[in-house]
Design a protein around this ligand. Structure first.
Ligand code: 8YV
Length: 329
């Protein structure tokens, strides 16, 4: 008899078909995400889950006695209660690397759109406000030749830094630990303290994973250190930035602008963002290119197939994030 798995959200049909060759697959055909209660009920008899960022809580894990693997279609995995998974010996996996370049591209899309006020310009045009060329119409900040500050120099941070070379930028970064000297040299990137980065950078890109220690990495104090002409870009996670403090600073013109793909409490967002003109807002789409989403889906499926003991990597999925869970019966 095939093991039972749940795919929590709509997915490429061919990837679901691939999973069906291995498992008895339950899908979500509701046209919306499961509520926590629905998810708890549905995972009760499952051996594995393919999850698209859905919170998997201690209570859900406790209600799923057969669960052996939870496989996120995402590189971030702060939606998992890892301590609860570890205690039960349940493997958790993510989808690293396959989204680095696409996510970095989108960071740059937000950076460019914010610095050069692209969405504001389009709204201006659509509203019929364009009467004549004016020397100060929609003037923004320069990207070429400016200083880029990257907070979080992991795989995606490095992909963001690589692109800066074409823009003749000075690159400073902050990370808990410095990256290897050869990588620093190749990226032409200099490690600096966080406060120094905040003071020096013209454009700041956030690419740190969410954890209690990174909660509100950027709050009122940090925004206060930024240049009044600086732009803040968040392609990491909601919760890395104190959204209320950011809204206040943007409204008061204490910094120039922000480009945001992620929000505290998303998909709800602080309504204060909606009345600001100096923000570019996106609904968590940094990894959303078709090839990348296909690669993420297939990698999450590879992980699930291997985690549940099928295929060439049986029992040894490529992207385990909690090796502590191994060996716990
Ligand atoms: C995912 C992401 O699309 O990979 C991540 O960590 O934030 C996105 O690429 C999203 O989390 C849904 O799983």
């Amino acid at each position: 008899m095939k093991q039972k798995i749940l795919v929590t959200r709509a997915l490429f049909p061919d990837v679901v078909d691939r999973l069906r060759t291995h498992f008895d697959v339950e899908t979500n055909d509701l046209g919306r995400v499961f509520t926590a209660t629905e998810l708890t009920e549905r995972i009760a008899d499952k051996a594995g889950l393919m999850v698209m960022g859905d919170p998997i809580s201690r209570a859900m894990i406790a209600a799923a006695p057969a669960l052996k693997a939870v496989c996120n279609m995402a590189v971030g995995y702060n939606n998992f209660d890892l301590a609860a998974l570890n205690a039960r010996g349940i493997l958790a996996t993510n989808t690293p690397d396959v989204l680095n370049e696409t996510t970095a591209d989108f960071g740059w899309a937000l950076l460019m759109a914010t610095a050069r006020r692209v969405t504001e310009a389009e709204h201006y045009l659509r509203a019929g406000k364009w009467q004549a060329w004016q020397y100060d119409m929609l003037t923004g900040t320069d990207v070429f030749g400016s200083t880029l500050g990257i907070i979080g120099m992991g795989r995606i941070g490095q992909a963001v830094a690589r692109r800066a070379q074409g823009f003749g930028m000075r690159v400073v970064y902050h990370n808990r630990s410095r990256v290897a000297p050869d990588i620093e040299r190749a990226l032409n990137a200099e490690w600096v303290e966080k406060d120094a980065l905040l003071r020096q950078a013209d454009h700041i890109v956030l690419v740190v994973p969410y954890a209690p220690a990174s909660h509100h990495t950027i709050g009122a104090r940090e925004i206060g250190l930024m240049k009044p002409t600086a732009n803040l870009i968040n392609i990491a996670r909601g919760g890395i930035v104190d959204d209320a403090a950011l809204i206040e600073a943007l409204a008061a013109g204490r910094i120039a602008g922000a480009g945001l793909d992620v929000f505290e409490g998303e998909p709800q967002l602080n309504p204060g963002f909606l009345s600001l003109t100096n923000v570019v807002l996106a609904p968590h789409i940094a990894s959303a290119s078709v090839p990348t989403r296909r690669a993420m889906a297939n990698l999450a499926a590879d992980n699930l197939i291997a985690a549940l003991g099928e295929g060439p990597r049986a029992g040894n999925p490529p992207n385990v994030v909690n090796p502590e869970a191994r060996g716990i019966p």
